[in-house]
Design a protein around this ligand. Structure first.
Ligand SMILES: O=C(CO)[C@@H](O)[C@H](O)COP(=O)(O)O
Length: 224
């Protein structure tokens, strides 16, 4: 099964977001990845529903929205209405994670859960069957351009095992410090979605950077 490439617009030039959107639309990228930060769950503040609505209105591909916000249950419906195809909440930000997953499904979007680097995969044991996506953070969330944490690779493998054991359809997404130097390794561990911010938008040729990530040579483990 081939993998998906999801450029993160956080690393794009915000004065020319239209160009970044057109680039993703016309490139070999599969998804848009949009990072919502609230200045509380993570130190930075990025953008919210109104910007996402505009991006989604121009996007011709799957719109993957990563909510790095406290108590995301308050905003599931409004992000779904803004045009998200899928929403991902942080396990660490939800007191009632099972309920929030049901809320995403009821809102008609794909349901994802993200785990920070310190959070064990075992927190997903009782919800994995309901998930469409598991996002393994490969940096601490809140900033683009950080160093990939190599301990994430066995964690991706553990997640793939959990998915197989529970016969879940969830895809594994990796996010943070992803580029050509580590893409094969995470894919071989079981990742199916590569989020890439700096390695795409800070490169001299973003479309070519996307193309190279899409054509990475790897021997992925078999699951889902
Ligand atoms: O969620 C986040 C950061 O919190 C990411 O989506 C980053 O935006 C990825 O950026 P790079 O590490 O690829 O620059």
């Amino acid at each position: 099964m081939s993998h998906f490439v999801a450029p993160s617009l956080l690393a794009a030039d915000f004065l020319h977001l239209d160009k970044a959107i057109d680039l993703v639309n016309t490139s070999e990228a599969d998804w848009f990845h949009l990072d919502v930060m609230d200045g509380s769950f993570v130190p930075n503040i990025s953008f919210g529903q109104f910007i996402i609505e505009q991006i989604a209105g121009r996007a011709e591909k799957y719109v993957d929205v990563h909510l790095m916000i406290d108590d995301p249950s308050r905003y599931i419906d409004s992000f779904a209405r803004a045009g998200a195809s899928g929403l991902t909440v942080h396990a660490e930000a939800c007191t009632h994670l099972h309920r929030v997953i049901q809320q995403m499904k009821e809102a008609g979007v794909k349901a994802g859960v993200a785990l920070n680097p310190h959070t064990p995969v075992s927190v997903l044991e009782n919800v994995i069957e309901d998930l469409d996506l598991v996002l393994i953070m490969t940096v601490n969330p809140g900033f683009g351009g950080q160093q990939f944490i190599y301990q994430s690779i066995p964690k991706v493998r553990q997640t793939a095992e959990l998915i197989t054991t529970h016969n879940s359809r969830a895809l594994i997404e990796v996010d943070g410090g992803i580029g050509e130097q580590n893409a094969a390794k995470v894919l071989e561990a079981g990742a199916r979605v590569l989020v890439a911010g700096s390695s795409v938008f800070k490169s001299d040729d973003p479309a070519e950077a996307i193309r190279r990530l899409k054509h990475i040579d790897a021997n992925p483990v078999a699951y889902v």
